[in-house]
Write a protein that binds this ligand. Structure first.
Ligand code: ZN
Length: 290
């Protein structure tokens, strides 16, 4: 099962999150039919939204939009405090030549552009921040976003290991954030330590759980686990939502759809689910207008 761990380190001066997302990234791959480079990019975005959701309270949501000029087009991923993660990539069939053995070229596939982070905290307006994409590798871009837009020095690692057959063999990540007022030596230690770490996919591949990944990520810093929550791929779409969308077309367009095609096919962008409403169901919706 995929899980996320939330912890406080170095006497509360560091907050840290780690997750394993192998199952939910594989589910996203199957649902969207992504090619390996697209799988890695989408998987990193989904992992990032899972980590960011770790900072939320019940009922809150975070949305990550990665709008690069590379062949993948936009990537969107969101996550809830309850551990539901979903997302999609505009061009799921993109695959680029490997940069070196086993190294998918996510940076080129994403390109340069802007990373947007929106947190819906249940207040009147959502909190929104943005920063330029520095490499398109997503992990680096998110670290840059935190430093620039939120002034929080952060170590971010996101990784997806895709097998030769295209399946997801390992996925996960961690986020370590230095809170305001932290001593310089802790910051310096984390900075130096983060340069010595193996790729996070190697840790997940070896079977490490999120708490063990945190041990590696934090090195000599003592930490206390606050919580472990399950993560899963889950969408909010439903037949009811599809009926609402169709109803919002209005009687004229809905009538035309019924006459010309006799049915309506809708595919959810977020999860790839197909909904098919046949003639009688459309008649029912139309009847709602009289
Ligand atoms: Zn859906």
């Amino acid at each position: 099962m995929d899980t996320l761990v939330r912890a406080l380190g170095a006497e509360g001066s560091v907050r840290a999150f780690a997750c394993v997302t192998t199952e939910l990234v594989e589910e996203a791959r199957v649902r969207h039919g992504t090619a390996p480079t697209a799988t890695a990019a989408l998987g990193r975005a989904l992992t990032a939204s899972g980590l960011l959701a770790g900072t939320l309270k019940r009922g809150q949501k975070v949305t990550l939009r990665i709008l690069g000029d590379g062949p993948l087009g936009g990537i969107l991923a969101d996550g809830t405090a309850e551990g539901a993660v979903r997302g999609y990539v505009q061009n799921p069939h993109v695959h680029l030549p490997l940069r070196r053995p086993r190294k998918l070229d996510v940076g080129t596939a994403v390109g340069r552009g802007v990373l947007h982070v929106t947190r819906d905290l249940g207040l009147r307006y959502p909190y929104h921040g943005a920063a330029p994409l520095v490499s398109g590798e997503i992990g680096e871009d998110l670290a840059y976003y935190f430093a620039q837009s939120e002034q929080i020095p952060s170590v971010v690692a996101l990784g997806v290991l895709v097998e030769a057959q295209g399946h997801v063999a390992a996925a996960g990540g961690f986020l370590v954030q230095v809170l305001p007022g932290t001593r310089e030596e802790i910051l310096a230690y984390l900075d130096a330590h983060s340069r010595t770490l193996p790729p996070v996919t190697a840790l997940v591949w070896r079977g490490l759980r999120p708490v063990e990944i945190l041990q590696v990520a934090l090195g000599d810093l003592p930490f206390r686990v606050l919580e472990e929550r399950p993560l899963r791929f889950q969408c909010t779409c439903s037949v009811k939502r599809v009926r609402e969308v169709l109803t919002s077309l209005g009687p004229r367009e809905l009538g035309a759809l019924l006459r010309e095609q006799g049915r309506a096919e809708v595919r959810c962008r977020f999860c790839g689910e197909h909904y098919l409403l046949e003639g009688p169901a459309l008649h029912d919706l139309l009847r709602g207008f009289v």
